[in-house]
Write a protein that binds this ligand. Structure first.
Ligand code: SF4
Ligand code: SF4
Length: 485
């Protein structure tokens, strides 16, 4: 369990291993205040305002962010994405992965400690637990054997679980609200008219939140999260990590406040174990870097308070790099090593991909056209005057405005596009964010062309009013026209 390797060796993230079959010790993290605790609160509030708030925002008389799986359309404010836009989702996933690599190379598990949903909900649930049952020692006493199940204990446990379930339910409800209009969902719940799938997912997400944040907690980070396992390959000697300064702290030991610890042969660590008590994953950061450390900084806040009390300089546990500890550098000079090859490579990839993503999004043509030649219907002669081929034209208007779409067939003389009633089609109106499939016949005059297969084009121009301006969107779709013998 203990890492006694001297500071200065390459970072062995997996130094400490615990048996996967070890019986879980319940962790009772002590509350802590300080700079990093404030950052965690800010991030919890910011992420939850965003998550709980977004589905309630309206945009163009519709939910601003809605992933409508049934209609297969994703609405993100003014942007409407169709299954054909899967490239944006792919780019977004690649960008998120690269951003995670970049942050990890610079500052370890920054995401885990402050913005990961598991951490955020555990923070919220622990806050409720502390408010209801008290801080670490009160909770240990409450759960301890010496405290039988009194009325008070029942009351506290029921209150805690009721509040947990309330948050879990609201989280599940909000999550489904990203896929079904949230107001309709709310009304359905109030009228007990939820569909079976909605009921299933609501129960599933509520239960998952309650279980993960209430009971599983650090076990998700320790045993279930793959990121914890592969992060060791992403950090190096210049990565800023929560680190115990062994050089300064050891040998550790208690001492009276008035004693000169240097003459006692002691380092700065007074061995109060408060850094262990505040740790949500229950580890001792003094044992060295461990994959279970989520980089939350709670031990930094705790140790800084102890250092303040004993009049030692703060920062015995701090965000720093292995190289800085080794070379006794300050963080200011360690920052110089941030710009190293792996960071520059990740940054370059992110810059290129973000630019490609934005350019492609800004220049995206909201008019989509697909022309399918009906291979089941043969080319035919009608009334000895005209030759007809059958097609299906799919027009998708991915904009938020009505579109007047003009369709023309070119490539052969005298091509006309007719609807199923035989009327010439020149203009079609396609509503905002909608999709039309139109069966058409394309005809030309008999005898004007030799029998054969001719390439033709469907020239499609859509006009939409956007911001008081008439904008033309163009598409050109290739197909073929058969002149029979
Ligand atoms: S060791 Fe410190 S930074 Fe790591 S998880 Fe525990 S309290 Fe958070
Ligand atoms: S809080 Fe600081 S002083 Fe106390 S045991 Fe942890 S490292 Fe040592």
């Amino acid at each position: 369990m203990t890492n006694n390797s001297p500071v200065g060796k390459p970072i062995p993230i997996d130094v400490i291993e615990e048996s996967l079959y070890e019986v879980r010790r319940k962790i009772y993290p002590r509350s802590v205040t300080g700079l990093f605790a404030r950052w965690r609160i800010i991030l919890v509030v910011a992420t939850q305002l965003l998550f709980y708030g977004l589905p309630w925002i309206s945009w163009n008389d519709r939910q601003a962010v809605l992933f409508d799986l049934i209609q297969r359309k994703f609405y993100i404010f003014g942007l409407v994405l169709w299954p054909q836009d899967v490239i944006y989702l792919t780019l977004l996933l690649i960008l998120s992965a690269l951003a995670l690599f970049l942050f990890t190379a610079i500052a370890g598990r920054l995401f885990c400690g402050y913005a990961c949903p598991q951490t955020v909900y555990t923070e919220i649930f622990m806050w409720i637990e502390r408010k209801v049952e008290g801080d670490r020692f009160a909770r240990i006493r409450l759960d301890g054997e010496e405290w039988p199940w009194s009325i008070r204990k029942w009351r506290l446990k029921i209150t805690k679980h009721f509040l947990w379930l309330l948050i879990a339910f609201w989280t599940g409800f909000t999550f489904i609200g990203y896929f079904t209009p949230i107001e309709t969902l709310g009304t359905a719940i109030l009228h007990f008219s939820l569909g079976p799938w909605q009921t299933f997912w609501l129960c599933f997400y509520s239960f998952a939140t309650w279980g993960n944040a209430g009971f599983m907690r650090e076990q998700v980070c320790k045993y279930m999260c793959p990121y914890a396992r592969f992060q060791s390959v992403m950090v190096d000697k210049d990565t800023f990590l929560v680190t115990y300064d062994k050089v300064r702290g050891e040998p550790r030991g208690s001492r009276s406040k008035s004693a000169d610890h240097a003459t006692l042969g002691l380092g700065d660590c007074v061995d109060c174990s408060i850094c262990v008590q505040v740790c949500p994953t229950g580890i001792d950061i003094r044992d060295g870097l461990q994959y279970m450390c989520i980089g939350c900084g709670a031990c930094i806040d705790a140790c800084d308070q102890v250092m303040e009390k004993v009049d030692y300089p703060k920062g015995l546990i701090r965000y720093t790099t292995e190289r800085a500890i080794e070379d006794k550098e300050t963080n200011q000079s360690a920052i110089r090593h941030i710009l190293r090859p792996r960071v520059l490579i990740y940054t370059a990839f992110i810059t290129v991909l973000t630019s490609a993503f934005l350019i492609s999004l800004l220049t995206r043509n909201p008019l989509r056209v697909d022309v399918m030649r009906d291979r089941g219907a043969l080319a035919r002669e009608v009334d000895g005057v005209r030759i007809e081929n059958i097609y299906r034209i799919q027009i998708m208007n991915a904009s938020e405005n009505n579109m007047n779409v003009q369709v023309r067939a070119t490539g052969l003389d005298d091509l006309k596009i007719l609807n199923s009633q035989g009327q010439v089609i020149t203009e079609i109106e396609v509503g905002p964010a909608s999709n039309m499939l139109i069966p058409v016949k394309v005809s030309t005059t008999v005898g004007a062309h030799e029998p054969g297969n001719y390439p033709i084009h469907f020239d499609v121009i859509g006009h939409e009013m956007s911001g008081g301006e008439l904008i033309a969107r163009k598409r050109d779709e290739k197909s073929s026209f058969i002149v029979p013998r």
